[in-house]
Design a binder for this molecule. Structure first.
Ligand SMILES: [Fe+2]
Length: 284
């Protein structure tokens, strides 16, 4: 258990995941609590800042106190020449042109498994909310790995998995046209170890909807293992569900969690604004 500066107050949500952080906006934007917040994030996986009411400028400023901000579209500048600092999480195509694609967010995943270095963390702030649905859940994959029986840990040693967009897209389009399948497959897939051995010495499970298959394993056995591990990691004791209120900001450690949105109506007006922190180590 780390001790934090008196400028911020903390309260644990569940034994294995989630802490509420109470702090005034000036403290958060000054960066004086950034070291404590990073340490808490590492230990607790999900940090909830209730009712902060950040606008984009403040959300970006806070993000940049915590590490190097990762820009959207891998940092490729937009038409106006600026990098995209804020991503609007909305299923409404008039708000977000790739809104339809975000239906994949209804299924357990971590971000960036098709990259060598996944993002370290995301920060989401709630701007508009639907009357029902649209909560977000996170599962702690460090705690899930730690709780596995020793025989399972031994069996996972050395296993590698291919993570692929075509596997992810099957969740929202189970019977794609060949054209749709080929388009999904054109995104480069990537192979990583199933168990991420972090530089900190902790291990996490790299699973979820982008995990296509375990290398060298028969198809049904591969699916058997991936489904069993996802079921294991998303048991209630490893999961925190956040019921959003407008103004809340939640940040999570993307390297040791899975997340998903609880399905909601795309026309409901649900809108969250996201910023991200650049990853600091490859999955290895
Ligand atoms: Fe995501």
């Amino acid at each position: 258990m780390i001790t934090v500066d008196a400028a911020i107050g903390t309260r644990e949500l569940k034994p294995d995941i989630g802490t509420v952080v109470e702090a005034d906006v000036a403290t958060l934007l000054s960066g004086t609590a950034a070291g404590d917040i990073r340490a808490l994030l590492e230990e607790r996986s999900v940090l909830v800042f209730p009712g902060l009411g950040f606008d984009d400028q403040r959300q970006i400023a806070f993000t940049q106190t915590l590490g190097v901000q990762a820009f959207e579209n891998n940092g490729v500048p937009q038409a106006n020449g600026e990098k995209q600092a804020i991503f609007k999480v909305s299923l409404d195509p008039s708000v977000n042109p790739i809104g339809e694609y975000l239906k994949t967010s209804f299924f357990w995943h971590l971000d960036g498994t098709m990259h060598e270095v996944p993002i370290l963390a995301s920060l989401l702030s709630a701007r508009h909310l639907p009357p029902e649905g649209g909560a977000t859940e996170w599962a702690n994959t460090f705690a899930a790995y730690d709780a596995l029986p020793a025989s399972d840990k031994a069996a996972l040693e050395g296993l590698r998995v291919v993570y692929a967009n075509w596997a992810l897209q099957r969740f929202v389009n189970p019977e794609p046209s060949y054209e749709a399948f080929a388009a999904a497959r054109s995104v480069p897939a990537r192979e990583h170890p199933l168990v991420w051995k972090h530089r900190s010495g902790r291990n996490s499970l790299v699973i979820g909807s982008t995990a296509a298959y375990v290398v060298g394993m028969e198809a049904a056995d591969s699916m058997d293992l991936l489904v069993r591990l996802r079921d294991w990691a998303t048991q209630p004791q490893f999961v925190y569900r956040h019921e959003w209120k407008v103004g809340d900001l939640v940040m999570w450690d993307n390297t040791g969690t899975l997340h998903r949105a609880i399905p909601y109506d795309g026309a409901s007006g649900r809108l969250l604004h996201r910023t991200m922190l650049q990853g600091e180590e490859p999955i290895a």
